[in-house]
Design a protein around this ligand. Structure first.
Ligand code: ADP
Length: 263
């Protein structure tokens, strides 16, 4: 390992360490392997929406005169949906690298939580309908927060989207229930689903980078395994914490506690 540091612009510190045959080397090899796996998985994830966009737009260009209005609208909707998916993947990737480089800073502002949660639910309405999952909001308490509104929205969208994504197709009444309350210092948010649940041995791991439980792989649900690691880091940047309670095949509940930031 060669580390090069520039010390206060005056001298260069070069540290050379021979790590061959040590545990450190094994660790580095493991990280390297994870990086390669991540790159190949990310390329695949990016290619899927991009291929759809290419195919649909190519058909539009070549057959514009013969397509009826409904087909035209269906094609354009798919292109729009897939572009949004691509946008989300790239944003996740950007956030992920910012968090790794510790260069993500919060922009605090004062806002009302009920308004934000309703905005989040509206934005996910179509996604929940297509997946036949009902979103239930249990509280309408007025809570003023002074946090990074965009980042809190991102946390909520991610968790609710996961709750919909990992719903259990065998169940009749699929739901995501959102509740929240406050105490003197914190807001506590509960996001609960009756989806596929998470096996006990995976419950701590799901917050790790790249980790995906076998159920998401078995059911071929799209994903990169970085969403929850970003969520956890964003919660912690706000000095909050996130907990999971889950039972395999029953459902999951994420509990987020955030200091309100209001003096
Ligand atoms: P992704 O969804 O891209 O795989 P995440 O980091 O968001 O990545 O989630 C990591 C893993 O945690 C998922 O692959 C899935 O196995 C599991 N998971 C997350 N949320 C839920 C949920 N609400 N119910 C069941 N499993 C979940």
């Amino acid at each position: 390992i060669i580390n090069i540091e520039i010390k206060e612009n005056s001298y260069v510190l070069i540290v050379v360490r021979d790590v061959s045959g040590t545990k450190e080397l094994e660790k580095l090899k493991k990280i390297d392997k994870m990086k390669m796996e991540f790159l190949s998985m990310m390329s695949h994830e990016l290619r899927t929406p991009l291929s759809a966009i290419k195919a649909y737009s190519e058909t539009l260009i070549n057959s514009l005169d013969i397509l009826d209005k409904d087909t035209l609208s269906e094609f354009l909707n798919t292109i729009f949906k897939e572009s949004n998916h691509l946008d989300k993947l790239l944003n996740d990737l950007l956030d992920f690298s910012k968090l790794e480089l510790k260069s993500l800073t919060l922009r605090r502002e004062s806002f009302e939580f009920t308004e934000l949660i309703n905005e989040v639910i509206s934005s996910l309405e179509e996604f929940s309908k297509t997946n036949d999952v009902k979103i239930i909001l249990k509280s309408n308490e007025n809570i003023i927060l002074n946090l990074d509104r965009t980042r809190i929205k991102q946390i909520l969208v991610n968790l609710i989207q996961n709750a919909i994504k990992y719903s259990d197709s065998k169940k009749e009444d699929k739901y995501v229930q959102i509740n929240y309350e406050q105490n003197e210092e914190n807001i506590i948010i509960y996001i609960e689903d009756n989806g596929m649940g998470i096996k006990e041995e995976y419950q701590e791991k799901i917050f790790e980078k790249f980790f995906r439980a076998d159920s998401s792989l078995n059911y071929e649900i799209q994903g990169t395994g970085i969403g929850l690691s970003i969520v956890k880091e964003l919660v912690e940047l706000h000095n909050g914490k996130i907990l999971l309670e889950s039972e395999f095949e029953k459902g999951s509940k994420f509990i987020i506690t955030l200091p309100k930031g209001v003096i």
